[in-house]
Unconditional design. Structure first.
Length: 107
């Protein structure tokens, strides 16, 4: 009896090493979306905490901390992207494209 996994990339053929590239691209795309969503949620939570803090200084400081961390996370993501673009321009290495080279004639 021969057991094969169903194709992860949309066909019924068995998965190959090249299919890992597609799976990792999908995971990285999902991670990027989740990071953006997390930053947005942190900004909304910080705004809600600030609005509902009233005159309580501890609550105001807590909301400012949430804002600070959200903005630091957004800045870190932007700086990382700019570093990747810089490396692509000056070295030719494209870190924003994930590619596995398994043959001799890869580009």
């Amino acid at each position: 009896m021969k057991v094969q996994a169903a194709g992860l990339v949309g066909n019924d053929a068995p998965n190959t090493l090249a299919d890992i590239e597609i799976v990792i691209k999908n995971l990285l795309g999902s991670a990027a979306s989740l990071i953006g969503l997390a930053i947005f949620v942190m900004l909304v939570v910080g705004a809600f905490q600030y609005i509902t803090s009233g005159a309580d200084q501890k609550a105001v400081e807590k909301s400012r901390t949430v804002f600070t961390f959200a903005l630091m996370g957004a800045a870190a993501v932007i700086v990382l992207w700019l570093v990747f673009v810089f490396l692509k321009q000056f070295t030719g290495i494209d870190l924003l494209q994930f590619k596995i080279c398994i043959t001799d004639n890869c580009q």
